[in-house]
Design a protein around this ligand. Structure first.
Ligand code: ADP
Length: 400
């Protein structure tokens, strides 16, 4: 079965076509600047060679979807649309309703709509992607895979905020967590890789990319995670500030004559590594280069990130009463040996030992701890797409 994986943003639509008979990528592409000047689509084959390219007005997501199908047909990646067995959509927020992926029905769409206030930037775009695919492929089954679902196993003591309880009941004010598909993939994959049973194991997954989050996983189930009601909470990120005293919002608003919305926008888009280093970049590679060259604020941004990761790992070890495996994943986690070594060296007191030579690698599955380390430390490249495709295949086959 060939599965199309769709990740729709407000002005973009990324897609991958995967052959699920052998879990191989057939093609991947993206539509950018939907509804804007300079809209385009670019598609590459499995080897990374461009096999379709369009530059034309793309008014909306339905046009983008049409063009995606045209690109797949024109490049002869598929001979007919019927070859696409199902479409799996990445959906940001499923609230408390979705603890797992599901086949999209009118009720599911209504629920995604209901959670727009919790995911105002993403859920409307995800819905547009779903409805556009339904229009273009009306008989093809569609599946929703939620970023929040994996974290739904957290106990109330981990997901509740200390605001009046009614706010949780009335408005759903609580920690939801994000990157769930990545945390699920990595925490499962590391057990296969190490040939261990997830039951009885305590695992910490460090997903460190533009957006970053940690999760604590016991018996294969998430017991805590660092992102909250929105993806702003937790670690310092590329452009997001991460956790800080909520009173900071009011304080900045009053002093700078800004609205809370404007302050939140600043905390999401102008803060983090970008805001601390102040050099117009949120890319860890640039921050590293600047810091290594003696740039004090870039060095501070990096120190803050390392320190916060260390503190969060420490808190999850306490939360789980121990840890068996620590995994690094996503852009920085997979490609940053310096960060991994710096953070893990802080846990020597716990008996963590890193093999510096083995750690000096990028983007591959590897155990970077020594055989006598008290905790196994691994790099596991994330693969959210394969998780979406697997869920989609499983649900569609079960529904047949
Ligand atoms: P997103 O959250 O957008 O999916 P990614 O997981 O792609 O982000 O991570 C982006 C981050 O990963 C950037 O800070 C970037 O500097 C870093 N990164 C990506 N590739 C490398 C690399 N080869 N070496 C070092 N850092 C990298």
């Amino acid at each position: 079965m060939k599965i199309l994986i769709v990740n729709a943003g407000s002005s973009s639509l990324k897609y991958q076509l995967v052959d699920m008979d052998n879990e191989t990528l057939i093609a991947k592409g993206g539509v950018e600047r939907i509804g804007l000047e300079g809209a385009n689509l670019k598609q590459k084959d499995a080897e990374g060679n461009v096999n379709a390219k369009f530059e034309q007005p793309i008014e909306n997501h339905v046009v983008a979807c049409d063009l995606m199908i045209k690109a797949l047909l024109d490049s002869k990646v598929i001979a007919s649309m019927d070859e696409i067995g199902a479409v799996g959509h990445r959906v940001l927020h499923g609230g408390e309703e979705f603890t797992a992926s599901c086949i999209i029905t009118e009720e599911v769409k209504a629920a995604i709509r209901k959670y727009i206030p919790l995911g105002p930037l993403h859920n409307p775009a995800n819905l547009m992607g779903i409805e556009a695919c339904e229009k273009v492929m009306p008989t093809t089954p569609q599946v929703a895979v939620f970023d929040t679902a994996f974290h739904q196993t957290m106990p109330p003591k981990a997901f509740m905020y200390g605001v009046p309880y009614e706010f949780y009941k009335e408005m759903g004010v609580r920690r939801y967590g994000f990157h769930g598909t990545s945390h699920r993939y990595v925490s499962k994959r590391v057990c296969e890789f190490l040939n261990i049973d997830p039951v009885g194991k305590k695992i910490i997954v460090c997903h460190l990319g533009n957006g970053s989050s940690l999760s604590a996983v016991v018996d294969g189930k998430c017991v805590d995670t660092s992102m909250g009601l929105t993806p702003l909470e937790g670690l310092l990120m590329g452009t997001r500030c991460g956790s800080c005293d909520p009173a900071v919002v009011q304080f900045i608003a009053n002093n700078k004559n800004m609205t809370p919305d404007e302050v939140l926008n600043l905390m999401n888009k102008k803060s983090g590594l970008l805001g601390i280093a102040g050099e117009g970049t949120s890319d860890m590679r640039d921050i590293d280069a600047l810091a290594d060259g003696g740039h004090e604020r870039a060095a501070l941004a990096r120190d803050m990130l390392y320190y916060q990761i260390k503190k969060l790992i420490g808190s999850y070890i306490a939360a789980m009463n121990g840890v068996d495996v620590i995994c690094f994943t996503a852009g920085i986690g997979e490609n940053g040996p310096e960060l991994r070594e710096a953070v893990m060296s802080e846990f020597e007191w716990l008996g963590v030992k890193i093999d510096k030579d083995v750690n000096n690698c990028k983007g591959k599955e590897v155990v970077i701890s020594t055989p006598d380390s008290k905790v196994t430390v691994c790099v596991i490249p994330t693969n959210e797409e394969i998780m979406i495709a697997r869920d989609t295949k499983e649900l569609v086959e079960a529904a047949k």
